[in-house]
Write a protein that binds this ligand. Sequence first.
Ligand SMILES: Nc1ncnc2c1ncn2[C@@H]1O[C@H](COP(=O)(O)OP(=O)(O)OP(=O)(O)O)[C@@H](O)[C@H]1O
Ligand SMILES: [Mg+2]
Length: 374
Amino acid sequence: MKFTSLHLKNFRNYASLDFRPGGGITVLYGANGSGKTNLLESMHLLSVGRSHRTSVDREMIAQGEDVAFVRAHTQRLDGKHDLEVRLYPLEKPQKRVLIQGKPAERITDMMGHATAVMFAPEDLRIVSDGPAARRRFIDMQLSQIRPSYLKALRRYLSALEKRNALLKHNKARPSDDFNRQLDAWDEQLAGAAVYVVEPRRWFLDELSRHAAAQYAAIAEDANEVFSLRYTGPLATTATPYRDMLTALKRSRAEDARRLFTTFGPHRDDLSLMLAGKDLRAYGSQGQLRSAVLSMKLGELALIENEMGEMPALLLDDVFSELDHQRRNALLKSTQGVQTFITCTDKSDAAGAKADAFYRVVADENGHANLTCDE
Ligand SMILES: Nc1ncnc2c1ncn2[C@@H]1O[C@H](COP(=O)(O)OP(=O)(O)OP(=O)(O)O)[C@@H](O)[C@H]1O
Ligand SMILES: [Mg+2]
């Protein structure tokens, strides 16, 4: 998959941009705050429907404007695609998608027209932050590979929200019918959970295999075997529906007291293991970086396996930070892949065998522009 054109309107500090990137390695360099990450963020938005650094879509709209457009043409093995995301801060829905110029019925329909993997400094949060960051990582990547997963996840979260609402409502106004209503939601929730847990289990098994191979290629110590382990209340059971239903019934009194659902895949997590030990607790900084890089490279390989072609690779500010060995591992993975590398100095990307260099400059009004080096 390659981006053949990218059009931005009122997106962050881009008032207007018309960019036609090449299919190889493109370096975007420029001063801090010029708009390099913003450009990668727009491609991330097109690929997974959200920013890699904020969950508040409104922040991506240029200040003072009431609508932002991001549109791309992409080339896939199956042909040309045309995808547009529009953000409206004050209207509902705030986000609208157009595919081949026509409004999409559902946001989830946007998956698969533009596929990208981002590697940014923020990714270390996958290791350092709480379980929510790891679930976000799983959900975003899995949605790209299996668009049906996103629908299943939304169905689960919607049932969860309604069950939680019922718990709160009953506290305010106890009803004789409470247990019967809860029975109905328990069944819905357990049914929906199966379609969240099974894809997660598959994805983490596959990703673990690919990431382990990548880690082995960059690790200094061959005994350091890296793996990912899916942890969560239903991670290993062969009967997720039955187990979930039983657990929901068992935790009913507690849920009614705490006013939310305490059991289910919304509390899932992921362990990162190195040589049999928990990386989060025992890993060095270098090992954490290698682990995150391996997960990203593993993801590239997994997407290629599943979709039959490579996604675009978005490397934000990570290239210059890597040591020789890790940088080479990364470069090996960029062969034949449309890659965007951002850095502050052009020389930071030396060795990347770039096909094009673009300088990103913000003008006196703060608006970003790109100029191609000859
Ligand atoms: N919604 C917005 N409207 C207008 N400008 C914005 C908006 N959001 C961010 N900006 C501006 O975009 C700039 C930051 O852009 P970006 O994060 O892409 O910088 P960068 O080139 O990646 O810098 P660095 O090298 O520090 O990572 C800042 O000047 C910020 O004020
Ligand atoms: Mg940046």
